[in-house]
Structures are given as C-alpha cells and as structure tokens.
Ligand binder design. Structure first.
Ligand code: HEC
Length: 253
C-alpha cells in the first residue's frame, strides 16, 4: 500500500513537472481535472527495480493467466508483492542449474536469457519481444547489482559497500552495526540509543528513521546528518528499494 503511495507520489511530482512546462493543456490531469495518481500510470523507464517492476514485470509479465496468482507457470509470480524475492539469486524451475538473476552478471542470468530468446522459449510467451530499451534497462540494473527489496540485495548493494566503513565492529558509528548478518538486528524495531526514533518500523517506511537519514528528512540537531555521511547520497530509485523492503515487512529475505 505504501509502495503504491510512493509510485503515486512519484507520478504526482512528475505530472507536476509536465504541467509546469505546458500550463493549461490538462496534461497529468484526469477527466475531472484532478491529478492522476493511479499506480497504473506510466513510470519513466530507468534501470532500477521500481521502474522495471512497473514497466516490465507488471505490464508485460504479471498479466492475468500469466505470471501472477497461485497458478503462475512454474510458480513464478512477478507481481509487485512477489517478484523480487522470486528472482534475485534464485534458481530457475525450468533449468534448475541456472539462476534467474545473478547480480552483476546479466549474460548468465536466466531471466535475461529468456527475454533475449537464448534459453528455451522466448518470453513474453507468444507475444512480441520486449523493446530493446526495456531489455537494456534490465541489463544495466543487473550489471549494477540488481538492487531490490530484499535484505540480501540491500546488504550486497548498499550496506556493505556504502555503510560498513563506519557502521562496523564493536563501536560502530551511531552505535549501529550494518555488517552482513548483523544489519537487521541493529535496525528492525530498534530505538536509537538516546532518542525516541525507531530505525526501521516493519511495514512502515514513512515512520522509519533509516529512511529519513537516507532521504535527508528533517535532520540536524539530535537527528544528525544525512547518510551516507560525507555525501554521495543514494538516488531515489535505490532508496525506494529499501522503502519497499520495509513496507513489505522488513523480512530476513
Ligand atoms: C563516513 C562514515 C559513515 C558512513 C559511510 C555512513 N554513516 Fe551512518 N552514521 C555515521 C555517524 C558518525 C553517525 C552518528 C551521527 C549522526 O547520526 O549523524 C551515523 C548515524 C547513522 C544512523 C542513525 C543511527 C542512530 O540510531 O542514531 C543511521 C540510520 C545511519 N547512520 C545509516 C547509514 C547508512 C544506511 C549508511 C550507508 C548507506 C551510512 N549510515 C553510512 C557515519 C557514517
């Protein structure tokens, strides 16, 4: 639900930009003149999970009778509640020796091979191939580590490379250790040592202090600085992967 609100928020901002450039055309408004906020509206094609979910998995794969629901072929559900944990570092059911998404390695990722038609029958089955732009977005996302809403992927792409230079060891920065195997128990349901904020409130990204620290919301004073400390902040597409992970329950997945 929060995930949809996030998408809707993104579209609101995007449509605001459009109407700012072309006042009076009604672009970005529905037939009643209200801003379009439905999550079925287009999201710009980018090489991040939120965009790929909207532009590929939701619109080309999780169609009725295909990769959604209990009867999805080979159990592969690609709707927004299920897709990521079903593909990231997961074996293919069709070819159990292959992995669907291998972070950093699009050429050997079975899902990429399926949409490019180099393994078994090409997907989407019996429909036109995905556009080269969509395939390229997926390739880039996989090359960059395939960040998405699972702890494993967030650890690999965010916490380990960008946070553990400070948040490690017996006396970690902020008294919070984000090393592999420790991050979740330092985050979920944990109150800051001297302040009331909870670092990660499971199923509620908006109330999670971690998200404020990454987005730079209302910081300063006892709430400290934006993270990662020193700049090189995460882009919104990356932060949204953490938001979805939290909104989906911040599981050990
Ligand atoms: C260069 C060192 C450094 C890096 C890199 C860094 N942090 Fe921090 N972090 C700190 C320091 C110092 C504090 C305590 C002061 C503050 O909150 O501003 C802190 C505090 C925090 C807190 C608040 C903890 C609490 O309970 O008060 C969060 C959340 C946090 N960092 C998240 C992150 C995340 C996520 C990353 C990686 C994306 C990251 N940090 C990278 C130095 C760093």
């Amino acid at each position: 639900m929060n995930y949809e609100r996030k998408i809707a928020g993104f579209i609101l901002v995007a449509s605001g930009l459009v109407s700012a450039c072309s006042p009076g055309t009604g672009e970005g408004l529905d037939s009643n003149g209200n801003p379009i906020t439905s999550s079925t509206q287009p999201v710009a094609l980018r090489s991040d999970f939120v965009s790929i979910q909207a532009n590929v998995f939701t619109s080309n794969c999780a169609l009725s009778g295909c990769h959604t629901g209990a009867s999805a072929p080979l159990g592969l559900q690609l709707d927004e509640a299920n897709s990521f944990v079903n593909i990231f570092d997961q074996p293919s059911s069709e070819d159990p020796g292959s992995i669907l998404i291998i972070p950093g390695d699009p050429d050997n990722s079975y899902l990429v091979r399926k949409i490019e038609g180099t393994a078994g029958s090409r997907m989407p089955k019996d429909l036109p191939a995905l556009s080269p732009q969509k395939i390229q977005a997926i390739r880039e996302w996989v090359t960059n580590g395939a960040l998405g809403p699972s702890l494993k992927s967030i650890q690999r792409n965010v916490f380990t490379p960008l946070c553990t230079s400070c948040h490690f060891g017996l006396f970690p920065a902020g008294n919070m250790n984000l090393e592999d195997g420790l991050a979740r128990s330092n985050l979920v349901g944990i109150k800051r040592p001297f302040d009331p904020e909870i670092r990660v409130v499971a199923s509620d990204a908006d109330s999670s202090f971690l998200i404020d620290k990454l987005e730079g919301n209302n910081l300063g004073g006892s709430r400290g600085d934006r993270m990662p400390f020193g700049g090189l902040y995460l882009d919104q597409g990356s932060i949204d992967a953490l938001r979805i992970w939290i909104d989906q329950g911040a599981a050990d997945n």
